[in-house]
Ligand binder design. Sequence first.
Ligand SMILES: Nc1ncnc2c1ncn2[C@@H]1O[C@H](COP(=O)(O)OP(=O)(O)O)[C@@H](O)[C@H]1O
Ligand SMILES: [Mg+2]
Length: 280
Amino acid sequence: MRRRPNEGKSVMNANPSAAIATRDLCKRFNGFAALEGLTLSVAHGLIFGLLGPNGAGKSTTIKILTTLLDASAGSAAVAGFDVAKEPLQVRRHIGYVPQMLSADGALTGYENLRLSASLYGLLGAGREARIDEAIAFSGLGDAAGKLVRTYSGGMIRRLEIAQATLHLPEVLFLDEPTIGLDPVARRTVWDRLQHLREARGTTILITTHDMEEADLLCDELAILHQGRLAATGTPAGLKAQVGPESTLDDVFVQFSGAVIDHGGDYRDVRESRGTIRRLG
Ligand SMILES: Nc1ncnc2c1ncn2[C@@H]1O[C@H](COP(=O)(O)OP(=O)(O)O)[C@@H](O)[C@H]1O
Ligand SMILES: [Mg+2]
């Protein structure tokens, strides 16, 4: 079953103050339609989960919202700024943790944070205070002085979140933040994200293949299927739509027409774990 609940509606007009809003967003790669008219709205202060089978268009959506890719048609606004017309403003107001590990294993945690601080134009005493706060926030403590290649996968992810939020962004994007992490490390990442949302009111958009993560961490979800929005709602609301006693796995299967893929695809896992291995 395929549904397009937002077809023809203008969410941006309906909710101009949303932290993230897209309207009829399309992306074609050499004629192949990766996104076909995606209309989506994310209210401020939510942890929002983008779900969908491999190839559904999740990473493409994140790359357009973070100004790394141009849309082929349609529009999108992040933190009130148009991604096509005001990309510099968008970049100032967002943080991004890509799927591939981005911290430098040959530097210490502190040095990685210094690099990010320079990237964001943070200077002087304010910079050191922000870095100290980030080290405390990410629970790295004394490990901040050690090379990142000695870190566990969970520590690296927490460092990357700290790097991506040094400039106190309004909206944080994370592409599969917990793939390849063990359950304990995964929970420490969830903790950090919940704390960011609660302490700073950061709006957080994550992509995930992990239905438990979608259920326990996310306030609202959107399920993508072949570049279109198949369903959107709260985890409880989506489960209720599918039927009594439904799990989020049932929701995913119903709306994406796919079987659950618990670990992401082989390539995702190999790339993420390969990076962790290289660092470790
Ligand atoms: N740079 C690219 N060139 C050609 N095709 C691409 C490119 N990036 C993504 N695609 C294709 O677009 C579709 C959506 O990809 P993606 O957004 O990465 O999906 P997801 O993150 O949901 O797994 C896939 O079929 C993918 O192969
Ligand atoms: Mg992806």
